[in-house]
Design a protein around this ligand. Structure first.
Ligand code: NAD
Ligand code: UDP
Length: 391
């Protein structure tokens, strides 16, 4: 293999990476990329390995799986010490948990991450920590009165106001959360505090860190399909919820009318950005990065419409006559749910430091993702749906 060069033209030396949460959605794609395109070694830490099973027989043996729960396992420090870089992806990160399991959410996103930060700091190891775009919370624009002249209604499902009121910038946007009784914000708040702690470790103790704020990364292997490879009553993130509805030929549920807006980025584009961070430490040290695709903005309702159309194309089945239904957030998520209204990442910093920008359109990423969902799950769903129920 020819020596690979970093963005400054220097050869990249092979390193060992301790990847915590490697068995999840993002971890599985990152492991795949590292094994296929780099000489690096991965110590993959998780409690599950189903999503990386296919990689564990890698002929060069550059990935080792360590089944451990970082909450209470003394082996963690040794693995971090053996590595040049630690990437922490471990988290409870599905909105259905934030208001129903707020304690687990706060422990997972703050308390459980503390030893990881401490071991990196004490042992002089680099840390790439996964935070979230949710640390921004709600946009300033969402607080403009409905009839304010800065808020222009474009159609029944979209409003427009000046970018200063919604564009999310790492170094200048405020973090705006709802009241404590809206437990939705337990996740965002825990993530914000761990970001502040990591930042302070950098400032006071010289920790070499990078913080990643993903903006709705989606693609194959995201979450689970309830009743197939996850609990029947489980509520995954929107891609898997809508995929499940489409596979079962039931209407897609629009929470509070599906008016919230999101920007979706293809997992494979986002992983390119993470690889650049891994291999260009001098350019990313002490930085916080938005990683998303500002060009792929839709309301959740529009997402449902596009997914319905794309799924019909990839499955060959006609769309349902009534493709969506509205449900209240109270009914869908329970007490204490709240929502981010709009999330558009400012891309200035990642562009300047790494020259990265996303490439894949929403249409293309849904084409490939829903083709995967259909191939992976359609038969299993049919079998599950025709199974006689116990009397
Ligand atoms: P995921 O749930 O698929 O992966 C997380 C993995 O961490 C899981 O495999 C889980 O088993 C593991 N894990 C959790 N607690 C653990 C523990 N105590 N010990 C060992 N392993 C543990 O989630 P993901 O989408 O891959 O997200 C990864 C990270 O990125 C998370 O920190 C999440 O908050 C952040 N993030 C992701 C998105 C996105 O769009 N996917 C958006 C915002 C933030
Ligand atoms: N949502 C929805 N129907 C579903 C699942 C989610 O309308 O079946 C909405 C949810 O209320 C939110 C958006 O889709 O407005 C994105 O939800 P997701 O779970 O992906 O996480 P978030 O982007 O809020 O972190």
């Amino acid at each position: 293999m020819e020596a690979r060069l970093d963005l400054d033209g220097k050869p990249i030396k092979p390193i060992t990476i301790c990847m915590i949460g490697a068995g999840g959605f993002i971890g599985s794609h990152l492991c795949e990329k590292l094994l296929a395109e780099t000489p690096h070694t991965v110590l993959a830490v998780d409690v599950y390995y189903d999503k990386i099973k296919h990689l564990l027989e890698h002929p060069a043996g550059r990935i080792q799986f360590h089944r451990l729960n970082i909450k209470n396992d003394p082996r963690l420090e040794g693995l971090i010490k053996m590595s040049d870089l630690t990437i922490n992806l471990a988290a409870i990160c599905t909105p259905a948990d934030y208001n129903t399991r707020p304690l687990d959410t706060i422990y997972s996103n703050f308390i459980d991450a503390l030893p990881v930060v401490r071991y990196c700091s004490e042992n002089g190891k680099r840390l790439i920590h996964f935070s979230t775009c949710e640390v921004y919370g709600k946009t300033i624009g969402s607080f403009l009165p409905k009839d304010h002249h800065l808020r222009k209604v474009l159609s029944c499902s979209s409003t427009f106001y000046e970018p200063d009121f919604y564009l999310l910038k790492e170094d200048s946007s405020p973090c705006i959360f709802g009241p404590i009784e809206k437990q939705r914000w337990s996740y965002a708040c825990a993530k914000q505090l761990i970001e502040r702690l990591i930042y302070a470790e950098g400032a006071e103790n010289g920790l070499e860190f990078t913080i990643v704020r993903p903006f709705n990364w989606i693609g194959p292997r995201m979450d689970f399909i309830p009743g197939v490879d996850g609990p029947s009553e489980g509520v995954p993130r929107v891609l898997a919820c809508f995929s499940n509805n489409l596979l079962r030929r039931e209407p897609l549920k629009l929470v509070d009318g599906g008016q919230s807006q999101r920007t979706f980025v293809y997992i494979k584009d986002a992983i390119e950005a993470v690889l650049l961070m891994i291999e260009n430490p001098a350019r990313v040290n002490g930085q916080i990065f938005n990683v998303g695709n500002p060009n792929n903005e839709v309301t959740v309702k529009q997402l449902a419409e596009i997914m319905t159309e794309v799924y019909s194309k990839v499955s060959g089945e006609p769309p349902l006559e009534v493709p969506t239904i509205d449900v209240s957030s109270q009914e869908f998520y329970g007490e204490g749910y709240d929502d981010s209204d709009k999330r558009i990442p400012d891309m200035t910093i990642i562009n300047r430091q790494l020259g990265w920008s996303p490439k894949t359109s929403l249409q293309d990423l849904l084409d490939s993702t829903l083709t995967y969902q259909h191939k992976t799950y359609a038969e299993a769903i049919k079998r599950a749906m025709t199974k006689p129920t116990a009397t």
